[in-house]
Ligand binder design. Structure first.
Ligand code: 13P
Ligand code: ZN
Length: 275
């Protein structure tokens, strides 16, 4: 099968465009990676190169040895992915040690995978283990309202989780485990990858202060939907804070406990503190 005809490739391209339309991907902002199923890699193998050079990932992901990923390119614009996917995205293979990658398809005009590859792959490794292989998508977006909130809320998991849960009734059902927060760090390297993947052991969402968000999920719909839900909740909070600094009424800790029973989710008590 042709790479561009594969359903997972089309889903990947559509998700890039959806993110662009949301306004989360100015210039080359944001990146997306997908861990391919064995049969998906097999289905496009005829078109994959095996002669490109192995390059260092910049971190070590031994549990991802031999996996194939679909990734956005560094410096590539999400708005161009749908128009010219072969220029903007790539299929990469991870070597037997989980230390190097090589480009097997795409990036036809040169380039390399996203500069956030260390964070993506370390998150993939953690989430693959934590979910028994179910999670396959890692998505980084420059979500406007979440970024704005990182200037005015304390950079604490408990505060972000609780404030965002309060802004929309469905939020605790969509992200019951909560949200982690990483203070400002230099992007693109191993240190921020380690900090983010540490949070991904507990959460499906991590916020990078003054930068954006990372989300993990099983497929494109769930991962995009998760990013969208968190960012929409942040938009409501920004609007609320712009109208008045305090709330006249809100969803209470007991309301959350009642919701948890009916919707059969477990909401950790550490997020249901008295204010
Ligand atoms: P890339 O263009 O290398 O993917 O970087 C964009 C970005 O958002 C960095 O955090
Ligand atoms: Zn970024």
């Amino acid at each position: 099968m042709k790479v561009l005809e594969a359903k997972f490739v089309q889903g990947f391209i559509r998700m890039c465009n959806d993110g662009w339309e949301q306004g989360w991907h100015e210039r080359n902002g944001g990146n997306l990676t997908y861990r391919m199923k064995k049969e998906e890699a097999e289905s496009i193998k005829a078109e994959l190169r095996t002669d490109s050079v192995w390059k260092e990932i910049g971190t070590s992901v031994p549990k991802l040895a031999g996996e194939f990923f679909l990734v956005t390119g560094s410096g590539k614009y999400f708005r161009n992915v749908m128009l010219d996917p072969e220029d903007s995205i790539a299929v990469v293979e991870i070597d037997g040690k989980g230390e190097c990658y090589r480009i097997c398809w795409g990036l036809v005009n040169g380039g390399r995978p996203t500069s956030e590859l260390p964070s993506h792959l370390m998150n993939h490794e953690v989430k693959m283990q934590a979910t028994g292989g179910k999670h396959r998508v890692i998505y980084h977006a420059h979500t406007t309202n979440v970024i704005a909130l990182t200037f005015v809320l304390p950079l604490e998991d408990e505060v972000f989780t609780r404030e965002l849960w309060e802004m929309a009734t469905e939020c605790p059902v969509v992200f019951p485990d909560g949200i982690g927060v990483v203070g400002w760090m230099v992007p693109g390297g191993r240190d921020i990858a380690v900090a983010t993947s540490e949070l991904m052991k507990k959460y499906d969402v991590a916020i990078w202060a003054h930068h954006g968000m990372f989300a993990s999920g099983e497929d494109f719909d769930l991962t995009f939907g998760l990013m969208h839900t968190v960012e929409k909740s942040a938009e409501i909070l920004v609007k609320m804070l712009s109208m008045r600094p305090d709330k006249l009424q809100t969803i209470t800790p007991q309301n959350f406990r009642d919701l948890a029973v009916d919707f059969q989710v477990t909401l950790p008590e550490r997020f249901l503190y008295e204010k």
